[in-house]
Design a binder for this molecule. Structure first.
Ligand SMILES: [Zn+2]
Length: 400
């Protein structure tokens, strides 16, 4: 079920390290291989020798520009392309042109994360297992493997506690938010009021705890950021359903002291002020406790930071886990997958079945009588084909 690029395969940065054998094992469906000639500052494309694309160093995103030119010339959609790089600066370009990206390296210092993260070139042969556990389980909760985003340091996060992430979150203005299942599942969780929690999120919680505890002593308490006043306790319910017999789950350790503005509507500094003194603990001494604190989406890290520092001041050894890390990307998407029914002017969007939590595509005119649906995979393929690469970076060509 895990996503694979359908046709094109791009790799750059030290191509000499990556043999053709490794490349064909990474992605058996590969049709073409392109690589970057450091010497000539130029791309070479295996089966299209005439198609040379040079980097324009004056362009703000030279790599993205080059990739887009190539995709456009060869009529590929960005979602079909995979970029492998060992240069962290390439991640931002890749996000901008919406190609999938695998990062080869030991650490990332910025806030933009790849689709998968391989420690070394040899691990590329199993790169789908190096996708983030939250994203893997969002697509297929029986899948194996997966990793956490390591040791995050968002802008407003100043606690000592290590912060992990199970995957990425794409806001509405990023085209990938439409097809990113972890994003969809978290949005559905935000509107949850009662009943069963999405089993994908339950598997993500269990796997994440196992990954963290694999290399460190077990926690003595597992808790979550509390809900806003008069909201249902979604994260607490998630923990209780994920670990029903586990006496370490304490969902009433942290309380909210006063009403707060919605963090998502505030800037960085305002977010920090908004959560200062907003929480109190139901215990005053937590010496000797090892506590895991769970939150849904981490953006600037202000909320988790405030809570982790309060727990640390009471003597606890704290670790934080975010279900997803906001990628802060913003590029307006106007694409719509049209409804396959000729007589309908609606478009198809991913929905999650509220009983089975399985994804499918349904028509936006459902309320007006169109019950057209598509299975998840064919919808994704249709959607990826829709995206003309020329539409992506037009804005960059404005003089500035
Ligand atoms: Zn329709």
């Amino acid at each position: 079920m895990v996503w694979h690029p359908t046709g094109l395969f791009i790799h750059i940065s030290n191509p000499a390290q990556i043999s053709n054998r490794v490349l064909s094992q990474c992605c058996p469906s590969v049709e073409w291989i392109g690589d970057f000639d450091d010497h000539a500052q130029q791309y070479r494309w295996g089966s299209v020798p005439t198609s040379h694309i040079s980097l324009n160093p004056e362009h703000p995103f030279p790599l993205a520009r080059a990739i887009n030119d190539f995709l456009e010339q060869n009529q590929y959609a960005p979602g079909q392309a995979l970029l492998i790089t060992d240069q962290e600066k390439d991640l931002i370009d890749a996000v901008w042109c919406h190609v999938r990206v695998v990062f080869v390296g030991s650490s990332i210092t910025g806030e933009t994360f790849p689709d998968a993260w391989c420690p070394n070139v040899a691990a590329l042969t199993t790169w789908p297992q190096h996708q983030f556990v939250g994203e893997l389980r969002s697509e297929d909760w029986h899948s194996k493997g997966g990793l956490l985003i390591r040791e995050l340091r968002p802008a407003n996060y100043s606690a000592n506690a290590i912060l992990w992430g199970t995957g990425r979150y794409f806001a509405k203005n990023d085209p990938r938010s439409d097809i990113h299942l972890l994003t969809k599942r978290l949005l559905l969780l935000k509107s949850w009021r009662q009943g069963v929690i999405d089993p994908a999120l339950i598997h993500i919680m269990r796997d994440s705890l196992a990954i963290i505890e694999h290399n460190s002593p077990p926690f003595t308490m597992i808790t979550a950021i509390p809900p806003k006043p008069r909201s249902p306790d979604r994260l607490g319910t998630l923990l209780r359903q994920a670990f029903p017999e586990d006496t370490r789950v304490h969902t009433s350790l942290i309380h909210i002291t006063r009403p707060m503005e919605k963090q998502s509507q505030l800037g960085r500094t305002a977010r920090k002020d908004n959560v200062a003194d907003a929480y109190r603990l139901s215990a005053s001494s937590l010496g000797g406790q090892r506590i895991l604190v769970v939150d849904d989406i981490v953006t600037t890290g202000a909320t988790l930071s405030v809570v982790a520092m309060q727990l640390e001041q009471c003597g606890a050894d704290v670790t934080c886990l975010a279900l997803a890390v906001d990628q802060h990307s913003d590029s307006e998407s106007t694409r719509r997958l049209p409804c396959p029914s000729n007589s309908c002017d609606g478009h198809m969007v991913i929905k999650l079945n509220r009983a089975s939590f399985r994804p499918f595509w349904g028509c936006t005119n459902y309320a007006r009588g169109c019950n057209k649906t598509l299975d998840y995979r064919s919808g994704i393929n249709g959607y990826l084909q829709l995206f003309p690469s020329s539409a992506i970076i037009k804005d960059w060509d404005l003089p500035f």
